[in-house]
Design a binder for this molecule. Sequence first.
Ligand SMILES: [Fe+2]
Length: 377
Amino acid sequence: MAPSIAEASSSEIVLPVKADLEKTSYKPKIRRVIDEEGKNTTASYPNYLPVWDHGEKYPALEPFAHVDHGKDADPSLKDLLTADSRIQKLTPTIGSEVTGVQLSKLTPEGKDQLALLVAQRKVVAFRDQDFADLPIHEALEFGGYFGRHHIHPTSGSPEGFPEIHLVHRNNNAWELDEYLAGKNSSVSWHSDVTYEQQPPGTTFLYILDSPEVGGDTVFVNQVEAYNRLSPAVKERLHGLKAVHSGFEQAEFSLKRGSVVRREPVQNVHPIVRTHPVTGEKALFVNAGFTRSIVGLKKEESDALLGFLLNHVGRGIDYQARIRWAPKTVVVWDNRVTAHSAIVDWVTGERRHLARITPQAERPYETPYVPEKEDIKN
Ligand SMILES: [Fe+2]
């Protein structure tokens, strides 16, 4: 029998050799939320409660060839959006909501069309899904169609499934007080793990528990953010590259006594990225991980990056806010969006989500194309 995805990746765990174990009586700490909450936990999906294993270490990621299935998709989307389904736009340029489709039942053609739809609409919320109720390895098999699973360097995971990234907050009124004492807003724009050489593309997030109201996720369309710039600024941005760093995230995790499962990395990516399926150009900078612009002096880099991040953050006219409801799966394209959780509930209710994060191609850019008015002048 072929090994499951979880078994395949746990074979990559680097553990101390036996001699070291004997010398140091090394016993890695394991923190399990289920141990803290006990069998009477109120979590709807206790199998998804996070585990942080301090002995779990992974080697550096190796490059791999990514082929985007959106390229193979029938643009009619007939295998995805059937007569029984309904799709509604949330805003003109970003976000759709779909009912009447069961993602886990899609054929390969339907999955290809899902990749295309998500690239076009940037983020799509699918309601009434059975995803959270599937055995975890089946959810991972589904997600693995879209690219190689990313294992997050600092995340807790369901035991035995390191490819699942968990977001979990419970009884956190104290945490919110502490957080908001130092910040005016919880908005924290980012695209996921852009410090990797091959950051994620089509990405899945599904709700396990959420507050009755609050804890929405907001997404911004980075293609439209690019489109809104003047031709002069667009042209200047082409050819520029920025540094994306995972070091601060690793330091933050260590400071809180948590895990770092893989040594942090930084990578340089173009500021304007082309989507391999739609050909659209997107701004590829985010407040979470983009640190500086290569070749510019500090003040210049801070000013230009500051302008771009502010432009993205305030562009409510090209943002979409997703309200979670039980059994919702949100699928978005991390290559052409940034997002932020909104930490606005003070009821202590649990917010628990699972993310499946297939990696995509190494970001690349295509040359600046002057706009029509530009050519006339
Ligand atoms: Fe995220």
